[in-house]
Design a binder for this molecule. Structure first.
Ligand code: CA
Length: 709
């Protein structure tokens, strides 16, 4: 922290020290400063600049010609004899620091084997590091500083399951910290825990997964471990736990399929799991007393403990999270992890800041924290060792937990190079993995051209973004202030041109073009954020009967599933999920957030429709085109008053020659006559079985698909 005590000395660059001196101490005046080296020798530091600050401090920039050996303890003494440790501050932000201390080894963290357990911690600004094993009695070991500021210690034997902490002497303070790259932890992270992944192994089922080659072949289904099986009526035994998502054939009291079997029946290809790394604000010893979605990271490589059958058992965290991924794989479903590398819950208490202060969080040139995440700390992804941390963390989840892709929360806070490196590494580990994120333009302290946001999509050709243009124009505005505004599919036919752009994944010149390729567009109208689309419809279509709102719910789902790009559904959307009108339920109760399986019984029609359109999408490659050029060659549009007609010419025998999607958001009935018979593939009733007709009716608020061989 800067300007937190009356006198501070910060090494902000090689040879340059910033001094803050409280004006309550000799009016903040000192005419001379001395640097004391570890060997006790003292040298005078010329004052280069003095600022009479507006606030409580005077600021001095002083110079030292001494070679500072980073990690050694220096002191700075002012005129009246007050001395403070020299802090390694913004010097950690310099390119030279990264050059000198970037460590590219793959041995960071704790690696147990039968030959011994290696503890390895990158802490270049630390003077000393002590490893504490929480045995009885506790044992402490002085770690040895090696090249690049890596501290090491080897303990005899495989310490699998043993607890440990680090004590780091840095900037004059002893910080007690968990391991930033711990593999597991005790409940609420009171200690890190050594894990030998080989000793909590589960069978791998990756080979059973169906082939998958393009992001547009995915149908993504977002769910929360806690919400999905929270309801008693889900019939799930391990409710709100990893293991709850491994139970098959669970049913409501009246026999409706729930849980994992529901997902399998629906036919999605990928689940996106809301935060499952260790987050902070749910007391793991009393999980039912607190609720939080988990966008408040505490430990990046540790599974969240409130989802474990026994949060006090650090091995079960690893085992049960693995079993969940395994259970999905066994059913042919891939698993995408929602990761929040853009900020942590609390910077000051986070292991990053305790081990290498100033390094991991983005700051301005004056030291002010960047706040593009609106959480008072942005992770500084373009520092080399932060980038490496993110890469290693992603690799850990892919290798140790077998996950198949990542959804990056507030990706726009991170930088383009980091995201491209993540994507390349994911592809190298699993060629069919996918990476996408929230590409919003966040006000983080990064040059515009470096931000991993939608505006820079062309620099990240293999990374997809949530398409908010689609969301805002197909469903209608999401902000609570604009909740009454309709989109095209909720009934405002004036958005017909926006609808055209959305239905081709916004990658075609001449319509609203956001992306170069359809593989970059994740199309959605509903996710965990904002009102559910059902709750939104209640606000923007107050005049409609429930029956009409159900039709519009289906029309929105149909639009998502038949658009070019990658479709994304929020769990429960397929049976009109409600959060009772709450637009941000991140810390609301289980009652608000839980998936209500009794609604599935009431809205089986919407469920069946969703399932049918997923099947239609999977059957017809024309809805899953992989390039903008293909789409331009095969798609054309026609306006029919407010109704949109999308015409596709397909590759021969694939299996149709021509295909039409009519989207009618109006209250008018339309009739279309064809000279030849066409096959109606789907309408508001879902999939139809070889219905041939020359005259086709397009009912109000419906979508009709027909085709000709
Ligand atoms: Ca936790």
């Amino acid at each position: 922290m800067r300007k937190s005590v009356k006198y501070e000395a910060h090494l902000d660059d090689y040879g340059l020290i910033t001094i803050y001196l409280s004006r309550q101490f000799y009016n903040g005046k000192s005419d001379v400063f001395y640097l004391k080296k570890p060997d006790g020798s003292v040298s005078k530091c010329p004052i280069l600049n003095f600022e009479l600050s507006q606030g409580d401090y005077n600021k001095y920039i002083i110079q030292t010609n001494e070679v500072i050996e980073i990690g050694q303890a220096y002191e700075v003494t002012e005129e009246h004899g007050l001395k403070v440790p020299l802090q390694y501050s913004l010097i950690t932000k310099t390119a030279r620091f990264d050059q000198e201390f970037y460590y590219d080894g793959d041995d960071l963290g704790v690696h147990p084997s039968n030959d011994g357990t290696d503890f390895t911690l990158w802490a270049p600004t630390a003077t000393r590091v002590i490893l504490e094993l929480m045995d009885t009695p506790k044992k402490s070991f002085e770690m040895k500083r090696t090249d690049k500021g890596v501290f090491r210690f080897n303990v005899r034997g495989n310490l699998h399951g043993r607890q440990y902490l680090y004590h780091v002497l840095v900037n004059g303070n002893w910080n007690t910290s968990s391991d930033p790259i711990a593999r597991s932890a005790t409940s609420n992270n009171t200690a890190s825990v050594v894990i030998d992944y080989n000793l909590v192994d589960v069978e791998r089922f990756a080979h059973r997964l169906p082939p998958f080659s393009h992001p547009t072949d995915a149908v993504i289904y977002e769910l929360s471990v806690r919400d999905f099986t929270a309801q008693v009526e889900s019939g799930v035994k391990s409710r709100s736990q990893y293991l709850g998502l491994t139970e098959l054939n669970t049913k409501t009291p009246s026999g409706t399929i729930t849980g994992l079997s529901h997902i399998v029946d629906l036919g999605v290809t990928h689940v996106q799991i809301m935060p499952m790394y260790d987050f902070s604000t749910v007391d793991e010893d009393n999980p039912s007393l607190f609720y939080n979605w988990g966008y408040d990271p505490l430990q990046y490589n540790v599974p969240e403990g409130s989802f474990v059958s026994d949060p006090k058992d650090p091995l079960k965290r690893v085992l049960e999270a693995r079993q969940m991924v395994q259970a999905f794989h066994k059913q042919g479903i891939r698993v995408i992890m929602d990761v929040v590398y853009n900020h942590v819950y609390e910077m000051e208490s986070n292991a990053f800041e305790k081990v290498v202060p100033y390094y991991y969080f983005r700051r301005s040139s004056s030291g002010a924290l960047s706040n593009g995440s609106f959480c008072n700390n942005d992770v500084d992804s373009n520092r080399l060792m932060v980038r490496k941390f993110i890469l290693d963390s992603v690799k850990c989840w892919m290798e140790a937990y077998d996950v198949d892709g990542f959804r990056f929360d507030l990706m726009g806070v991170l930088d383009v190079d980091t995201m491209n490196a993540v994507e390349a590494q994911c592809k190298a580990l699993k060629p069919d993995s996918i990476v996408y994120g929230e590409g919003w333009n966040m006000p983080t302290i990064l040059p515009e051209e470096m931000k991993a946001n939608m505006g820079n999509q062309s620099k990240m050709p293999h990374i997809a973004h949530f398409n908010d243009f689609f969301r805002e124009h197909v469903k209608g505005r999401t902000s609570p202030d604009e909740i009454t505004m309709k989109g095209y599919a909720s009934g405002d036919a004036s958005f017909i041109d926006a609808m055209k752009g959305a239905m081709v994944g916004n990658c075609i010149p001449g319509l609203v073009k956001i992306f170069d390729q359809p593989t970059q567009s994740v199309n959605y109208v509903e996710c965990h954020d904002n009102h559910t689309s059902w709750d939104k419809l209640k606000e923007c279509c107050k005049e409609d009967s429930r029956e009409i709102r159900i039709k519009k719910q289906k029309l929105m789902i149909g639009s998502v599933l038949l658009a070019q790009g990658t479709p994304f559904l929020h769990s429960g959307q397929e049976f009109c999920r409600t959060k009772n009108g709450q637009h941000n339920s991140y810390r609301s109760s289980d009652a608000i957030n839980q998936v209500d399986w009794l609604r599935k019984e009431r809205h089986l029609e919407v469920y069946q429709y969703t399932k049918d359109l997923i099947a239609l999408r999977k059957r017809l490659p024309i809805f899953r085109m992989t390039s903008s050029t293909m789409i331009q060659n095969r798609v054309s549009f026609r306006n029919f008053d407010g109704m949109l007609v999308i015409h596709y010419t397909c590759e021969r025998k694939n299996p149709y020659h021509e295909l039409w999607v009519y989207i009618n958001p109006t209250n008018q009935i339309y009739y279309e006559h064809f000279d030849d018979f066409v096959e109606i593939l789907a309408n508001e009733a879902g999939l139809l079985d070889s219905v041939k007709a020359q005259n086709v009716t397009i009912n109000p608020y419906t979508l009709v698909v027909f085709a000709k061989k």
